[in-house]
Design a protein around this ligand. Structure first.
Ligand code: SF4
Length: 101
């Protein structure tokens, strides 16, 4: 799978030399031993950041960038919440809210 990706970073992926089922376990997270083995490969991967960004943008299944689907979902939620909090506390928005009262 990853070998068929067109992104240039994918050509340097550490998982190219690994069995694909390690990164696509049955179920959302997979057996703990598979997840741990896949994450160990990701830890030494030179394109981990690009891989994770790609998976977050495209909602991939399996383990990407060292995170399971559940972990990426939680990371996506944290990013969204942080973005909302930042927007709510922007000084100019506070001034606009106060003027409307
Ligand atoms: S971070 Fe993991 S899943 Fe992503 S390319 Fe590297 S080894 Fe493969």
């Amino acid at each position: 799978m990853r070998a068929s990706m067109s992104a240039s970073w994918a050509e340097r992926a550490a998982c190219l030399a690994e069995p694909p089922d390690l990164f696509f376990p049955i179920g959302v997270s997979g057996p703990p031993e598979h997840v741990a083995r896949a994450k160990a490969v990701c830890l030494r991967c030179p394109v981990r950041e690009q891989c994770l960004a790609y998976a977050l943008e495209t909602a991939q299944q399996g383990i990407w960038g060292g995170l399971t689907e559940d972990e990426r979902s939680r990371a996506r939620l944290r990013t969204q919440r942080a973005s909302q909090t930042t927007r709510e506390t922007t000084p100019i928005e506070g001034k606009i809210t106060r003027r409307r009262r």
